[in-house]
Design a protein around this ligand. Structure first.
Ligand code: SF4
Length: 213
């Protein structure tokens, strides 16, 4: 399991937690606050998610209908520079793998869950040398399973998001807030204060100008 990976230029780079990709697609300030400031927040959404993952993260495996369920499987990609854990990987007898990510709430329109799932698939492809064409997101609240196909577009979006996440980590600074549609559900909302700190907020702009030389 790598601690570092190579950039395209050959320089070593830090291996980042795969889950940060979800944060990055949701809001790059959220990802930066976690990487740079080490912020962790909890709200009803994350607590519900922790309960769901508490059930999904049990190590070990069990056999169901000809499919082996691998729970809490560690995965990594040197290409993406990411390291994480799949809630569940369904392993079929022909050697195929299908990641399944558990989410507490309903599907959100930001695409962050699909990018996270696709990154898991890219890790599995790199680790096992077999194509992973699709996976699924299981929404615990609705008890619905949503199939996700790893299209060339989703793969490209995932690779681009991983590269941008590394650039964000290397920059080591937190972007200014923007008030986004996902802000009200964000577990960092009360720490981030996006309305008060948004880049176009006049008071925040004046404070920034005071410290800019
Ligand atoms: S509150 Fe909004 S701007 Fe702040 S980290 Fe969360 S999503 Fe991003």
């Amino acid at each position: 399991m790598p601690d570092t990976a190579q950039t395209a230029a050959g320089a070593p780079r830090e291996t980042l937690p795969l889950s940060l990709l979800n944060d990055y697609v949701y809001c790059r300030r959220r990802a930066a606050l976690k990487i740079v400031e080490g912020w962790r927040g909890a709200n009803a959404h994350t607590e519900r998610g922790d309960v769901v993952h508490g059930h999904a993260d049990l190590p070990g495996y069990e056999i169901a209908a000809g499919v082996t369920l691998l729970r809490a499987l560690p995965v990594w990609s040197e290409v993406l520079g990411l390291l994480g854990k799949c809630d569940i990987v369904e392993a079929s007898v022909d050697g195929g793998h299908r990641p399944v990510e558990y989410k507490s709430g309903q599907r959100r329109p930001w695409g962050n869950d699909d990018v996270q799932l696709c990154a898991q698939a890219l890790c599995l492809e790199e680790m096992f040398g077999r194509p992973v064409p699709r996976g699924a997101v299981y929404h615990a609240e609705s008890r619905r399973r949503r199939e996700v196909e790893f299209t060339p577009e989703l793969r490209a979006q995932t690779a681009a998001a991983a590269a941008a996440l590394h650039a964000l980590a290397a920059a080591d600074r937190v972007p200014a807030a923007e008030y986004l549609p996902g802000c009200p559900e964000c577990s960092l909302f009360n720490l981030c204060l996006p309305k008060a700190t948004a880049a176009d907020n006049r008071a925040a702009r004046l404070v920034r100008q005071l410290f800019e030389v």
